[in-house]
Design a protein around this ligand. Structure first.
Ligand code: NAP
Length: 331
């Protein structure tokens, strides 16, 4: 019997697991290539263990992640029991240059492409991937409201938006969720998006829940990143800073073991859930989800929340955020 915990998306009755499987790496692009067989097995492993929530995006592998997710769902069946989240409003060229575009025309085109690749006729959560400074929020939000009213999407989210941008967006379209970077090491939303979402009944999908593998417990200074793996350019993975983060992981692992008989991976996921968010965890091999259940059925105490903060303060003296990932606007 699965011990997975559930919540709902915003004010809707769409029930989702507190872990959402992220499928960016499954697309291959910026993660050193794809392995489709393993990807499908990973998606099935998540579903088998009671996770019902999958997140993808058209830009992940330029359609490839959505295609693999569509194939995995078709093979698995039970579409109505799966909550499928995808995104809209990033555009790419043949050379792989990615820019923001949340115009009405782009949204209309992308929806049809996503439905085809995902082999479905509706999307459960449709999210604007990045705010576009060149398109009025009214245009983007109105285009999405039309899709909501037509039943093509069941709920609406934004990603990488700040509270001011969400307030503007909400004037024209219901908003149910926000997707932001959030993990033990990347906590910028603590002071703005997180309280805003709580006050406005928005679900928070915390992306990079294990900080691109850093909080998995399996990362080491010797790990080599190949091909176009974004961690080659991620400032957290460059020495001497990399060492500070790895030392923090060791200390967090000790705390998790001594106080909860858990490992740092479970602690990292639990921390995100205990902060009131859905943990958006990217995996591309089934074995990476082997101990998924150990994130459920317990909570981090207030004292240990403080102890975690103390560990981070002592170990990571030169912290840095995930800003390097932001795609440019069109001009
Ligand atoms: P993440 O979940 O923090 O880390 C994913 C990586 O960690 C995996 O690709 C894998 O890398 C490694 N990993 C996962 N489980 C592991 C385990 N048990 N043991 C060892 N290593 C493990 O980062 P993310 O994929 O960037 O973020 C999660 C999801 O959030 C994405 O897939 C995507 O859906 C979403 N996201 C959204 C945005 C946005 O702008 N909205 C941005 C980023 C991410 P290796 O296989 O290489 O070891």
């Amino acid at each position: 019997m699965s011990n997975v915990e559930f919540t709902t998306i915003g004010t809707t009755d769409i029930k989702v697991s507190q872990i959402c499987l992220g499928t960016w790496a499954i697309g291959g692009w910026m993660w050193g290539g794809a392995d489709d067989k393993n990807a499908v097995r990973t998606i099935h492993a998540a579903l088998d263990q009671g996770v019902n929530f999958l997140d993808t995006a058209p830009v992940y592998g330029f359609g490839h992640s959505e295609e693999v997710v569509g194939q995995a769902i078709e093979e698995y069946g039970k579409r109505s029991e799966i909550v499928l989240a995808t995104k809209v409003a990033l555009e790419w060229s043949d050379e792989g240059k990615v820019v923001r575009n949340s115009s009405k025309e782009r949204i209309e085109k992308e929806l049809d492409d996503s439905l085809r690749r995902l082999r479905t006729d509706y999307i459960d959560l449709y999210q604007v991937h990045w705010p576009d400074p060149l398109v009025p929020f009214e245009e983007t939000a109105t285009a999405l409201e039309k899709l909501l009213n037509a039943g093509k999407v069941r709920s609406i989210g934004v990603s990488n938006y700040d509270p001011q941008q969400m307030t503007e967006f909400k004037k024209y379209c219901p908003l149910h969720a926000v997707q932001s970077p959030y993990n033990l090491f990347e906590r910028a939303i603590d002071t703005d998006v997180l309280p805003y979402a709580q006050e406005n009944d928005l679900s928070i999908l915390a992306y990079g829940a294990i900080c691109r593998g850093l909080l998995s417990g399996a990362m080491s200074q010797e790990r080599e990143f190949t091909g176009d793996d974004l961690r080659k350019h991620d400032p957290k993975f460059k020495l001497p800073r990399f060492r500070q983060y790895l030392d923090a992981v060791d200390a967090l692992n000790t705390l998790a073991k001594e106080n909860y008989d858990k490992d740092v991976l479970a602690l990292a996921i639990r921390w995100v859930i205990d902060r009131g968010c859905v943990a958006l965890w990217g995996a591309r091999k089934p074995e990476q989800l082997a101990h998924l259940e150990s994130a459920f059925g317990w909570s981090i105490s207030t004292d240990d929340m403080q102890a975690i903060d103390d560990i981070l303060k002592t170990s990571v003296t030169d912290p840095i955020g995930p800003e390097f990932m932001a795609p440019p606007s069109r001009s």
